[in-house]
Ligand binder design. Sequence first.
Ligand code: NAP
Ligand code: MG
Length: 502
Amino acid sequence: MSAAAETIAPSTQTQEWLASDHNLLIDGERVAAESGDRIEVQDPATEAIVTTVAGAGPEDIDRAVAAARRALKGEWSTMTSYERARVMLRFADEIEAHLPLIAEVEVLENGLPRMISEFTILKFGAEFMRYFAGWATKIHGQTIPVSPMDARNGETLTYTRREPIGVVGAIIPWNAPLAMAILKLAPSLAAGCTMVLKPAELTPLVALLLGELAHKAGVPKGVINVVPGYGHEAGAALAGHPDVDKISFTGSTAVGKDIIRASAGNLKKVTLELGGKSPFVVFPDADLERAIPGAVRGCFFLQGQNCMASTRLFVHEDIYEPMVEGIAAMAGGMQPGPGLDPASMLGPLISEQQRDRVMGYIDAGKQSDAELRCGGEALPGKGFFVRPTVFGQTNMEMKIAREEIFGPVMCIQTFGDSDLDTVADEANNTIYGLSGSVWTKDISVAHRMAAKIDSGQVSINCHAAVDPAIPFGGNKQSGWGREFGQEGLEPYLKTKATTVLF
Ligand code: NAP
Ligand code: MG
């Protein structure tokens, strides 16, 4: 074994965990799928099969939903909000205590660089859980002065209660396995709901590991059930299940529309976090020392497999050359490699299929009038690596500028001294509306432009500012509803109004 290979081997603890059974987690027990199906988990950096997990079918989804329904009436419902918060805080502690294990498992199933995994485990694992633990004790209704049935003042009392919405089905993608699971689990636990979580077929391991840690922290059995499986089987069964009250979905816009159709049967409530093609608008007075690394991080974080990615740059023509040159130099210098190697700055794409899809877009870009300024190729050998790719002189007629690529591809176009509305119209010329950023030192331009961008989130002189407390979600075809912050709790609650006539 070479020295390099030795440094990237996972720890003994991780190897032992990987060798465990990885059955479904239903009602606090690890159980095989009724069909006996197994799904292989591949390391996208080496193409090696890391392990296999049970693959849930519709019968298993029935079992998991029944367990979640029972748990909604069990011990969980009798716990006080303080007790719920304490369980969540212990869950956060378990996440932090298992940082190396979670990081290695996440790197092996997803490919992201270890440093980024560790950052997300702390920020979107432990900190996110603690933030929502704080909300558990602050959920309350109102008293409302009313006069139904012509009762006189003081003869009635109307109050509202915020109740857990019930059994939640969560369906998540593979691009950030830990964060995607925690973003669903934390508000659900704070609200007192129970959950059936279906991770992506490509990255089921971190979700199973989180399920184990939740039970270790004292989450009662049945409150969190984890059912890896295929989208068209397990996911569709969950989305269409008559005994699920709400679906919280993160994934593609196309599947989001399927979820809405599937949920119509029992009119379950639905929130959707979908795709994006976010604008990054740079005015001529912007600080390029910040805008250049901001654009590179914004676009190539998670190899561009990131819904908020700054994939469409609008750069004033006066600063176009220095901006593009700076971006190409920095992006071209990102060292690709397996995530467990500390030298790697860029992991592989998630799968062969995803690599081929992204390369199809890159080929379309090469055949267009856009100019290729860096990258444009996949790495030979094992692993699904694609070099960070930057196209200049793009426009919104081009496929690469219009469609969500979900890979390391940036499209840059210019604007001249036009009014802000013209720039905003071009930035908003997309079916998506998730994120966006404005770069300028002029505060009035910054705030006016931020107001004009049609997306759920806009950042000024940074891109995609995310924090547990900042509401996050999409306009247009980027989604329904918001996650994060107080607004992120709302979809997990329902209001009951009670009136007493004295
Ligand atoms: P996807 O194909 O939509 O899959 C997402 C999840 O849905 C997976 O668990 C998938 O299972 C499941 N699924 C697929 N078909 C289904 C069906 N008919 N019924 C129910 N569930 C089904 O998305 P992806 O390719 O994994 O992820 C990339 C997309 O996610 C991008 O569009 C990206 O922008 C979006 N995303 C959005 C956010 C956000 O917060 N807005 C965050 C991250 C990613 P399988 O794994 O078996 O396919
Ligand atoms: Mg998919």
